[in-house]
Design a protein around this ligand. Sequence first.
Ligand code: ZN
Length: 256
Amino acid sequence: MILTTEALVLRTLKYSESSLIATLFTRDHGKISVLAKGARRKSRPFSAAIEAMNHVRAVIYHKPQRELQLLTQCDLVGRYPAVAEDLTRMAVGMAAVEILHLATEHDEPHPEVFDLAIDLFKTLQNATQRYPNALYAYEVRLLGLLGFKPSLQQCVSCHGGLDTSGPAGRTLRLTANGVLCGNCGESSETGLLLSRASCAALASFQNVGGIASALRIVLSPEMSRELHNALQHLVQVHLTGMRQLKSEQIFSRIQS
Ligand SMILES: [Zn+2]
């Protein structure tokens, strides 16, 4: 079968002197690993298109039982060179493709996830500030699209509201499924402490219309740190099989 589909290049590996293996996240067919024969030769028309974080249109010769499919054509739809210009944007982009790679199975289509990832890269390309916000919005929405939407408006245990329950100022706790109110959180030892303000910000990221709107949300450095840790925890529990992302090394370098 010949598949023609838009795709985001998640990563590439050198396969031989002239060929590459690439993992593509395609819009219509999900994640597919392909062999790109001759892709490392400058003369091949698709050699410039197959780079991680590029948006491409791919033509794939696909056989259902085969692990590695054959890429027969690949044209560039969009490149996001600004993402490589500074470390924070680069770390956000790397995290986005790395999470997709770890969180999705081969041949399982998720068009909304594809659209979310492209939205992230387009936003990063045009953004001038608050790049980590783009990652927070991407991660919390990805959790939802893949079936792990955290409950951030009401307590996951007693289903009560978060503002009214518990002593004023008492911190909330974030568990794998969502937030515990002040009362329920007090008697729990599990989960990460999360201020009410950070919880409200996380809910805003969950509800923004597109990733570009997430860049308007203003966070204090303390809230940004809390959100980063909270989402890192949720992403590891639900999406990456507890694996730490390579992009985390870049983030820790930026923060130190
Ligand atoms: Zn509760």
